[in-house]
Design a protein around this ligand. Sequence first.
Ligand SMILES: Nc1nc2c(c(=O)[nH]1)N[C@H]1C(S)=C(S)[C@@H](COP(=O)(O)OP(=O)(O)OC[C@H]3O[C@@H](n4cnc5c(=O)[nH]c(N)nc54)[C@H](O)[C@@H]3O)O[C@H]1N2
Ligand SMILES: Nc1nc2c(c(=O)[nH]1)N[C@H]1C(S)=C(S)[C@@H](COP(=O)(O)OP(=O)(O)OC[C@H]3O[C@@H](n4cnc5c(=O)[nH]c(N)nc54)[C@H](O)[C@@H]3O)O[C@H]1N2
Ligand code: SF4
Ligand SMILES: [Mo]
Length: 748
Amino acid sequence: MKRRDFIRFGSAGLTAAAVLGAARSRQLQAYAHPVPDPRTDGDRVVPSFCELCFWKCGILAHVKDGRVTKIQGNPNDPLSGGRLCPRGAGGTGLLYDPDRLQRPMIRRGARGSQRFEEVSWDAALNRVAEGMQAITARHGAEALALYSHGYGGSWFEHLFKAYGSPNITHPSYAQCRGPRDAGFELTFGEGAGSPEITDIAHARCLVLIGSHLGENMHNTQVQDFASSIRAGGDLIVVDPRFSTAAGKARHWLPIKPGADLALLLAWMHVLITEGLYDRDYIAQYAYGFEQLKAHVEPLTPEWAHPRTGIDPAVIRQTAHLMAGARPATLVHPGRHVTWYGNDTQRSRAIAILNGLLGSWGRRGGLYSSSQLEVMPYPKPAYPTVTAAIRDRADPTLYPLGHELAQGIRDASIRTEGKEPGIRGWMVYGSNLPTTLPDQRATYRAIQDLELLVTVDVLPMEIVGWSDVVLPEATYLERWDDLNTPAYREPFVSLRQAAVDPLFESKPGSWIAKELGKRLGLASYFPWNDAKEYVETRVRATGLDWERLRKDGTLRGSPQPLYYEEGVAPSFDTESGKIELYSAQLAGLGFDPMPTFHDGEVEDPPAGYYRLLTGRAPTHTFGRTTNNRLLSEVFAENAVWVNRAVAAKWRLQDGERIYLKNQDGVRSTYSAPVKVTERIHPDAVYLVHGYGHKAKGLRFAQARGIDDAELITRYKVDPIMGGTGMNVNFVTFLRASDVDAEAAKEVVT
Ligand SMILES: Nc1nc2c(c(=O)[nH]1)N[C@H]1C(S)=C(S)[C@@H](COP(=O)(O)OP(=O)(O)OC[C@H]3O[C@@H](n4cnc5c(=O)[nH]c(N)nc54)[C@H](O)[C@@H]3O)O[C@H]1N2
Ligand SMILES: Nc1nc2c(c(=O)[nH]1)N[C@H]1C(S)=C(S)[C@@H](COP(=O)(O)OP(=O)(O)OC[C@H]3O[C@@H](n4cnc5c(=O)[nH]c(N)nc54)[C@H](O)[C@@H]3O)O[C@H]1N2
Ligand code: SF4
Ligand SMILES: [Mo]
């Protein structure tokens, strides 16, 4: 992380006043104070940040009579710039969801029966503490694991570190962006960040490999994407599906699923053999150019054609377009890249391509981020944990991977002759049955656990299988830690409660502290509450607390973003250069340069189609599909089927079908067919997050198809352990046939 500059307000002698524009300070109004605010018809406006996805946009929650009436973007906030995506604006649909978890519960029926008894907080917390201590007494703290996704998870990570367990895991690593970060770290010595360090707004040529911006609604990226298009930037979209982004593209390359690496290598071939790459940049900063040149020499567009289905002339044309706009050509690193199990190598090819174009560290490419450093709250040092994380059966596997969520699951399964290494889970903000591939393994692990505690806001699938359910207050009802990401500019934003928690729900910060007390860890929680915690941090840093409360965000002074603005190039790799050739990978027994292996990505068997998944602009996975407000726009997923395939199967547009996968697993529910030219004939496409089985989700239950239950197979990336999930194939069952069959079964 060498390139990242930390801005230290204290040590750099900057005062908070220096970081705020005068105009902005004049705009100050009595936010967060119970006096009428001129910008709302309500009583007050409370700035905070969103939790409908993981981008953390600054919001303004308008409050009237103790209720949040609307949510808008906070114009002071660099991530929203005053504008929210549809999900962020629909946050009240979560706050006032009639199905919310209201009180702590302890399981009374068999696991998975979804039968619970409501209990007091004291009873629930005592039960969790006793359960954790019982496991620890017999098997050590390392037999407990925390799954965490979402911003309030920080309190539970703190609890687990204080408790001394090494098993802290986030499905946003091995099920999401882990391979991308491994690929970029191997090449540039730094990952692609979150928010991504993509200078999309200034890109003169943007290349999207799958990343379906516009459906993938990470706010700033989508706003920047619109700016780039408005400014006349060229767009190349590589996707087996005609995505929303493809509709804006100069070139849509409908690639055969799984063949991207062949295309990326052929592009490198054109750039190198035609001398179109950035020679000076490569000469100065790169290591291994001669090896790469020799490697891609035979990998012509004609070689790539039968593998990708892309016309060689189009491969050349698009390579020329990319070269013409360099270094303001950005080949987007993507985010959810766990596709085929060879994803680190594909991500590395994307990184290398950016290197050849000279776009790392350059305007319109990948910028250099900066981050504001805020003082920590004084607390005792964590105990030293000697036990290794139990996320893989053999420590020699996945040498560049860490915290594999599926590995922790597998370590929780009891097999003949082998005791499970993990006995208890705490799950914060992650619906594991629909998140991890191979649902049956997830349920098997859950059945074998001695303790499953879930902290959630809705009665999701994971909640139904838990022993103890702890209802969290939603993001609009709680304080959390400060957000200070590495970004285009240093800033800090505040999450503060807009209204009091409904029912008996409690903030995660309170829940973690109460558990801490019961586990003998009170000294690790010296703060009164999250508000006092963040206020202490902010004041200790010398920042203006009152102004942060009123503005929601404090922005630091702009920092240089590019080499041309004075950022010093430095690469935290073994060679200290951009590694086109990786001796590190070679040493570990992997291809030192990305190599396309014919047959590595298996073709669908006859009569089956590859199952691909993605996002809808109005939803975040399954976490919003019960949100009635958002569902007014999009209430159910559909199965995208290519027109020729539909004709062959005589499927009508709108007809309901079930999907059955290669292992004979049939979807529990059906969904309508969407007959379209916009999907590759080898594949079908579904928006992820539907087909909920949890009874408590009275709106979302039984709507659409759950892709996760069909993902019975996955291919693990040997370099870092990511789970490639685009390796399942499905076939069609007419709902009318299935339902008639089921009716017969009921009769007999
Ligand atoms: N089949 C399939 N699997 C996937 C993916 C896919 O596309 N298809 N995508 C992958 C990707 S990219 C990712 S990042 C992961 C994401 O996986 P997860 O993080 O597990 O995402 P969700 O399924 O949305 O589950 C979020 C859970 O958090 C709860 N929640 C929401 N808000 C709060 C809150 O404020 N507090 C608490 N305590 N809980 C809250 C929700 O009710 C829900 O139970 O899934 C991965 N797995
Ligand atoms: N609205 C909304 N936005 C979100 C989220 C959300 O839940 N809802 N989740 C956020 C999160 S956590 C993440 S990680 C990102 C994920 O968003 P992205 O990083 O964009 O990743 P994917 O979801 O994998 O991308 C799906 C796209 O990849 C295409 N695709 C599938 N297989 C292939 C292939 O073999 N080659 C190529 N070239 N393309 C292929 C699909 O057709 C689809 O268009 O979205 C984020 N933004
Ligand atoms: S991108 Fe949308 S859902 Fe995500 S944090 Fe921003 S406003 Fe909220
Ligand atoms: Mo993700």
